[in-house]
Design a protein around this ligand. Structure first.
Ligand code: PAF
Length: 280
């Protein structure tokens, strides 16, 4: 596996791959890789000639300095996992490579950005859109792979690709869960043993909401989920939304045949986790 840290070098490598007629599949990550990432990577390797993974803890998408500082960084372990999972190029730049100058550009994704993650993490999606645009320019992928756990992020990136005419195909993969249902996340490794146990109730709350959808109105489902999670002292629910899965706008009632996204964010102890369930 080639390990590249300079923006100029990854650009050159990508151009060389493209000139040789090969296709590139990119899996952008912030590292601390788990099975969800590796699943994306194996798919990228199957569907393209060359799988490229980027590992970059992107400072511009963190609106909380502690969250940025505490984000797990285990590049050597990650590099070994990537080699085992058919990654041919790892791009792991320093902040100065990605941001030689402080970012001035601001994105505005309209209503998509005023709900859920956009509402609770101001500026987050500008950081995501900036870094993903930079990665697309540098790595020039034919296909780019993202996970459904970050459902709103995926919707934002879809918009970015459409609005800026990026010439690539986006692929979104279903959430990969632990056997007890907890959505895989790099942040899970920051949970203590008891927090890790209690975190399983986030998915259980989403399952409860899904089951209630058959015969309860939206406000009652909201209350049921809030009450369910209130039982656990270490869980602080930030939001639970019943949203249209395409627009991500909150619904006050669900019309027949609507595909619904049940989405939540909560702190378990000090660790902020998100999860979602898409119900047709
Ligand atoms: O989902 C992530 O890991 C990050 O938000 C991404 C897409 C790699 C951008 O930094």
């Amino acid at each position: 596996m080639y390990i590249i840290s300079s923006a100029a070098d990854i650009k050159q490598k990508a151009e060389q791959i493209r000139r040789s007629g090969k296709t590139i599949g990119l899996v952008p990550t912030m590292g601390a890789l788990h099975e969800g990432h590796l699943h994306l990577l194996r798919t990228a390797a199957q569907e393209n000639d060359i799988a490229v993974c980027s590992i970059f803890v992107n400072p511009t998408q963190f609106n909380n300095a502690d969250d940025f500082d505490l984000y797990p960084r285990v590049i050597e372990v990650d590099a070994a996992l990537l080699t085992e999972n058919k990654c041919e190029v790892l791009f792991a730049p320093a902040v100065s490579e990605m941001y030689p100058e402080a970012l001035q550009l601001k994105f505005d994704f309209g209503p998509l950005e005023t709900v859920m993650e956009g509402r609770f993490r101001p500026g987050h999606f500008t950081g995501v859109a900036a870094v993903v645009s930079k990665l697309f320019h540098l790595v020039k992928p034919h296909k780019a792979y993202f996970g459904q756990k970050d459902l709103q992020q995926y919707a934002i990136i879809r918009r970015l690709v459409t609005d800026l005419s990026f010439d690539l195909e986006l692929v979104c993969h279903p959430i990969v869960r632990e056997p007890d249902g907890l959505a895989m996340s790099s942040r899970n490794r920051r949970l203590s043993g008891p927090e890790r146990q209690v975190a399983t109730h986030l998915y259980k709350a989403l399952q409860l909401a899904r089951d209630l959808m058959a015969n309860k109105p939206v406000p009652e489902i909201r209350t049921a989920v809030t009450d369910y999670l209130k039982q656990y002292e270490s869980i602080k629910l930030e939001y639970f939304e019943i949203a249209d899965a395409h627009t991500l706008q909150p619904l006050t009632s669900v019309a027949p045949k609507t595909t619904v996204a049940l989405c939540l964010a909560a702190f378990v102890g000090e660790v902020r986790l998100i999860d979602n369930l898409v119900v047709s």
